[in-house]
Design a protein around this ligand. Structure first.
Ligand code: NDP
Length: 269
């Protein structure tokens, strides 16, 4: 299996990113550990308040910018206020970058179409390589697709063993939109599921590795978060085994439509 996916705009995106939501003061070290372990994709957001730390780690890593894939996201208050460009420039400054690889609308709040159109302008200026969305259900995507000429490269959604939206995954695939799974481990809640432990024992892997591998085999990009070096290394070490069809089916059957985060149709922030 290749370690990257090709987006609908031609750019390549590494299939495993380090997520840094709630990484707090450990962010810089976690990013450095991840880059050392082979990660080339980091997923942050303006509202995680750690873009500076990500930027410092990028500088310190010594890795050529062109080898890294950096995602950040436009926060809801800036979408509502029509401040896409200002918010983007602020993120860029904090990250110490002159472009980001992927910029996402964080949540589908009022004003997302206008924000997306501004992102298209920033893309034309070379400041954003790929543009996408996050927390967009099918009806949000349908609305956006009817109003803009550039299809999002990515939809970043909660997807893990207990929360599987197959209908959305199919819709994304049909429209050449790559799905990224946020909270791929269910924010840690899926790690002690007995059925996953049985599969993990069989492959001599951890439950985290089985979940991440299952997602990759479903063509979903994963963003596991950890601030522990050994877990960061472990979460990247999933290219040397393959779940068979029977185990893929067993994982698919664990769905409970149970979210760890907010429902994109009902949130109050
Ligand atoms: P994850 O599903 O990645 O789970 C993270 C939790 O699992 C942490 O408690 C971590 O602990 C633990 N963990 C990670 N790896 C292992 C391992 N190998 N063994 C045991 N425990 C492990 O949850 P998140 O909710 O953090 O989501 C991941 C990323 O998704 C975020 O960081 C963010 O980038 C993105 N996201 C995007 C959202 C959006 O709206 N677009 C919303 C939510 C998340 P520890 O750190 O202590 O090791």
């Amino acid at each position: 299996m290749k370690n990257y996916v090709k987006l609908n705009d031609g750019h390549k995106m590494p299939k495993i990113a380090l997520g840094v939501w709630q990484s707090h003061e450990d962010t810089k070290q976690a990013v450095l550990d991840a880059i050392k372990a082979g990660y080339r994709h980091i997923d942050t957001a303006a509202c995680y308040h750690n873009e500076e730390a990500v930027g410092e780690a990028i500088q310190e890593s010594g890795i050529d910018r062109s080898e890294l894939f950096i995602t950040t996201k436009l926060w809801n208050s800036d979408i509502r206020a029509g401040k896409t460009r200002e918010a983007f420039e602020e993120s860029l400054k904090k990250l110490q970058l002159d472009y980001v690889d992927l910029y996402l609308i964080h949540w589908p709040v009022d004003g997302y179409v206008e924000a997306y159109k501004e992102m298209i302008e920033l893309q034309k200026e070379g400041k954003i390589k790929s543009i996408g969305v996050s927390n967009f259900k099918i009806h949000h995507l349908q609305d956006l697709l009817s109003k803009v000429e550039i299809i999002p490269a990515v939809d970043q959604m909660e997807f893990n063993p207990q929360m599987q939206d197959e209908e959305l995954l199919t819709f994304c695939k049909d429209n050449k939109i790559v799905m990224e799974a946020w909270s791929p481990l269910g924010s840690g809640k899926c790690l002690s599921t007995p059925a996953i432990q049985l599969i993990a024992d069989k492959y001599h892997k951890s439950t985290a590795q089985v979940i991440l591998r299952w997602l990759l085999q479903k063509d979903i990009v994963v963003l596991p978060k950890s601030v522990h070096k050994e877990r960061i290394i472990q979460n990247y070490d999933i290219f040397d085994f393959e779940l068979n069809d029977e185990d893929m089916c067993l994982m698919n059957q664990l769905n409970q439509n149970l979210r760890t985060g907010p429902d994109p149709d009902h949130f109050d922030f």
